[in-house]
Design a protein around this ligand. Structure first.
Ligand code: NAD
Ligand code: ZN
Length: 379
């Protein structure tokens, strides 16, 4: 596969540029892509988790070695618990103990956990090393590997320690999704459906382009079985949409909030459900239903659009409810959510196919009704 056969999306920001190459089979080109970008590099520090290492580590290491790089591999336990300062410390020990130098490279091979962790290490070790993101989950491909957010968790909360650090190179190989557990894959589709719901509200719209929402409806059968070229094309669109947002809002101060559609109630459900209860994407899917419910109650959103969203959620194997928590249990988490500025929750609500608006001051009773809808057992 030549570079010309890969799609490229480039993000230029004041703190650095990011080039994202997308193509099924591109992992085999990793070494060449890296040495083209950094001709003087000699050593790659490949960071992964145990599941990803088993599935794709040898192929990634072989591709890097074939380009003449020395490859050192570190594997962290799979799971959110690896996004910790303790793990960051172990990675510093490994790299600095192994004489890492300023011209070395950090390769993050994995989902969002590895990407956030290795990205933070790359941002801070020796005041910043070249970073290559190789996302292996659908969520990481369409979301976390793009935009430069890195970091780890703290006892006081998720993602509280981190840095914005643009990866100069991101290599997206949708073929890697073939080994992803089905539940993780579905969770990634939730973020894709989210893009379909918000696309028209994002900066830099392209009027002639095929809208994502009906596209997902038409291609759903191909997408759920990861058929090509449908899968790569949709992933590419989502990356492009995230890039349009990051270009105008690299430090997440404004329009990036639109990407939080479904995340206000979603984050609360994720927190209440606890470890293993709900995957992030599953919580977002349920959160989108809650947001659409609020919008419908406020007469902002036609019920046909709510139903279109839910049909997609079901088609991609995602849950529509999480039975158990009461609205009262969810409120503290929603208030704590990042989008709560000056005490007023900002809801991202759907208003038309592919359109959302930010609405402040939604009546709590309206929110409670929507939360009750997604937390009661199916009748
Ligand atoms: N930086 C950002 O902008 C951003 C955005 C969204 C989410 N995040 C973060 O991303 C994290 C979640 O990421 P995630 O959903 O990718 O989860 P993850 O990284 O934990 O991966 C999910 C599971 O799938 C396994 N896996 C990954 N790729 C695989 C493959 N190709 N084959 C087989 N198994 C594979 C992993 O080992 C893990 O068990 C959270 O920590 C979240 O905070 C960051
Ligand atoms: Zn998300």
């Amino acid at each position: 596969m030549s570079q010309a056969e890969m799609d490229a999306v480039t993000i230029e920001t004041p703190t650095g540029d990011s080039r994202i190459l997308i193509g099924a089979g591109s992992l085999a080109e990793l070494g060449r892509l890296v040495t083209e970008r950094w001709p003087g590099a000699r050593t790659a520090w490949l960071i992964s988790d145990d599941a990803v290492q088993r599935a794709h580590g040898p192929a990634a290491a072989a591709a890097l070695a074939a380009a003449g790089l020395t490859v050192n591999v570190f594997t962290v336990p799979a799971g959110e618990a690896s996004k910790s300062l303790a793990e960051v410390g172990r990675l510093y020990d490994w790299m600095l103990g192994g004489n890492a130098g300023r011209s070395d490279l950090v390769v993050a091979l994995g989902g969002g956990v590895v990407g956030d962790l290795a990205g933070f290490v790359a941002a801070t070790c020796l005041r910043g090393l070249a970073l290559i993101q190789v996302p292996t989950t659908l969520l990481a491909m369409v979301d976390s590997s793009v935009g430069g957010k890195t970091g780890v968790n703290h006892a006081a909360g998720k993602n509280l320690i981190g840095a914005f650090y643009q990866p100069p190179l991101v290599v997206v190989d949708p073929a890697l999704l073939g080994t992803l557990p089905p539940r993780e894959l579905a969770a990634g589709w939730a973020e894709v459906i989210k893009y379909g719901m918000i696309e028209g509200a994002l900066p830099d719209p392209r009027p002639g382009e095929r809208p994502l929402l009906p596209w997902l409806e038409t291609d759903a059968d191909d997408l759920v079985r990861l058929a090509e070229p449908a899968t790569t094309a949709v992933i590419r669109r989502c990356i492009d949409l995230k890039a349009r947002v990051v270009r105008v809002d690299p430090l997440e101060q404004g329009p990036r909030a639109l990407l939080n559609y479904g995340h206000t109630a979603g984050h609360a459900l994720e927190a209440v459900a606890g470890y293993g209860g709900l995957l992030h994407g599953e919580a977002v899917a349920i959160g989108m239903r809650a947001a659409a419910g609020i919008a419908a109650t406020l007469d902002l959103c036609p019920s046909a659009l709510v139903e279109r969203q839910q049909a997609l959620v079901r088609r991609f194997g995602l849950p529509e409810r999480f039975a158990g928590p009461t609205p009262a249990e969810l409120w503290p988490y929603m208030r704590r959510d990042k989008k709560a500025t000056a005490g007023a929750l900002r809801w991202v609500l759907p208003t038309a196919p592919g359109h959302v608006e930010i609405v402040r001051g939604v009546d709590e009773a309206v929110v409670d009704r929507a939360l009750a809808l997604v937390t009661t057992r199916d009748a």
